[in-house]
Design a protein around this ligand. Structure first.
Ligand code: NAP
Length: 313
C-alpha cells in the first residue's frame, strides 16, 4: 500500500504533523517507535506549553496529542524504523519485519540524551548512572546524588531530584550556568542543591552500583572523590539521524539541514522529504517549537502532494 505521508517520530513534532496531515485528509502513517512519545515522556510537569494554565504532565500531553491525531484518521504503528531508502520515489521505510512506501516523508525523530563517554559511566548505567531524573529519581530517596551539566535540563533534573535525595551536587565544567535565569534562581535558592564549579567527571566509582565520582577541578588541576549514590548526566542531546545519513544532508553535529530559500520551509535535501522538531533544531528545542514545525512540515507535505497530483492530471 502506498502512503501519501509517512511520519517518523511521535514527539510533539511528529504528532502535530499527524494531526495536520490527517485533517488534510492524507491519512498519514506515523511510526511512533517502540518507546513512543519522545522526550516529554521522560518529564513531569510541563509549565510552558500554552493552553495549560496549571501545567500538564509530559506523558499526559503526549497521550492527548496521540489521540488527537488518531481522531482525524492518522494510523499509528508503535514500531521503530530501522532503515530508509530515499534514493528514489516512492520513498521506502523499513521496520524489522516490513517495508512501507510513501510519496512523502516527514522526519521527526528528535534527539537523545548525550553521555560523557566514560567506560565506568557505561558500566554503571542503570546501576546509579542515569540520564532521566523523572524515571529514576525515586530510587534515591534520602540519598546523595550528583548532576552533571549547567543547562536547563541539568537544573530541572537537580530541582526534581531534591524531592527525593538528601542533597544534590551539580558538577559543571565552567563557573557559569547556561540555564535560563528562572531555573538558575530556583536552583541557587534551593538549600538541597550545591555546585562544584570548573569541574568534570573523570570516573564513576563503584563495582556494581555507584558509590562516588572522581572529579577534576580544571583551575586547581586537582582530583577529588565525592561520595554519591547516583549520577545524573544532563549535558544535552544528539539528533537521531543515523538512519538518514546516506540520503539526507546533515550538518557537522548530525542535525538535518533544511533547504534554504525553498518554497517549503521544512524541506530537506531530498525533494518530498521534510523534517521538523529537535532533529533540525538545536537552538530552541521546546515542545511548542517542535509542535509548530511539525505543523509546518505537514502543510508543506500536503502542498507538495497537491503539486504532484496536479502534474499527474
Ligand atoms: P544544553 O543547553 O546544551 O546544556 C548542556 C550543558 O551540559 C551545558 O552546560 C554544557 O556545558 C554541559 N556539557 C555539554 N557537554 C558536556 C560534557 N561532555 N561534559 C560536561 N558538561 C558538558 O542542553 P540542555 O540543558 O539539555 O538544554 C537543551 C535545550 O532545551 C536548551 O535550549 C534549553 O533551553 C531547552 N530546555 C528547556 C527547558 C525548559 O524551558 N523548561 C528544560 C530543558 C531544556 P557548557 O555550558 O560549558 O557548554
Amino acid at each position: 500500500m502506498m502512503h501519501k505521508i509517512i511520519i517518523i517520530g511521535s514527539g510533539p513534532a511528529g504528532l502535530t504533523a499527524g494531526v495536520y496531515a490527517a485533517r488534510a485528509g492524507r491519512e498519514p502513517l506515523i511510526f511512533a517507535g517502540e518507546l513512543w512519545g519522545g522526550q516529554l515522556m521522560l518529564t513531569t510537569e510541563v509549565e510552558n506549553f500554552p493552553g495549560f494554565d496549571d501545567g500538564v504532565l509530559g506523558p499526559e500531553l503526549m497521550a492527548k496529542m496521540r489521540k488527537q491525531a488518531q481522531r482525524f484518521g492518522a494510523l499509528i504503528e508503535d514500531k521503530n524504523v530501522v532503515r530508509v531508502d530515499f534514493s528514489k520515489r516512492p520513498f521506502r521505510v523499513y521496520t524489522h519485519d516490513k517495508e512501507y512506501e510513501g510519496l512523502s516523508v516527514i522526519i521527526a525523530t528528535g534527539a537523545s540524551a548525550k553521555w560523557l563517554g566514560l567506560e565506568s559511566e557505561l558500566r554503571l548505567r542503570g546501576r546509579g548512572v542515569s540520564s532521566c531524573a523523572t524515571c529514576d529519581g525515586f530510587f534515591f530517596r534520602n540519598k546523595e546524588v550528583a548532576v552533571v551539566g549547567g543547562g536547563d535540563t541539568a537544573m530541572e533534573e537537580a530541582l526534581f531530584l531534591t524531592k527525593f535525595a538528601n542533597h544534590v551536587k551539580v558538577i559543571h565544567r565552567r563557573d557559569k550556568l547556561r540555564a535560563s535565569k528562572i531555573l538558575q534562581q530556583r536552583a541557587f535558592s534551593n538549600p538541597k542543591i550545591s555546585f562544584l564549579w570548573n569541574s568534570y567527571v573523570e570516573e564513576v566509582l563503584g563495582s556494581d552500583k555507584v558509590e562516588g565520582v572522581r572529579i577534576r577541578n580544571i583551575l586547581k588541576n586537582q582530583s577529588e572523590v565525592i561520595k554519591v549514590d547516583g549520577l545524573f548526566v544532563a549535558i544535552g542531546h544528539k539528533p537521531n539521524t543515523e538512519i538518514f545519513k546516506d540520503f539526507i544532508e546533515l550538518d557537522e553535529k548530525g542535525y538535518i539541514v533544511l533547504k534554504p530559500h525553498s518554497k517549503y520551509s521544512t524541506l530537506t535535501s531530498v525533494e518530498g522529504v521534510f523534517a521538523a522538531g529537535d532533529v533540525v533544531d538545536y537552538k530552541y528545542r521546546q515542545a511548542i517549537t517542535a509542535a509548530g514545525s511539525g505543523c509546518m512540515a505537514a502543510m508543506d507535505a500536503d502542498r507538495y502532494l497537491e503539486e504532484l497530483e496536479a502534474n499527474f492530471t
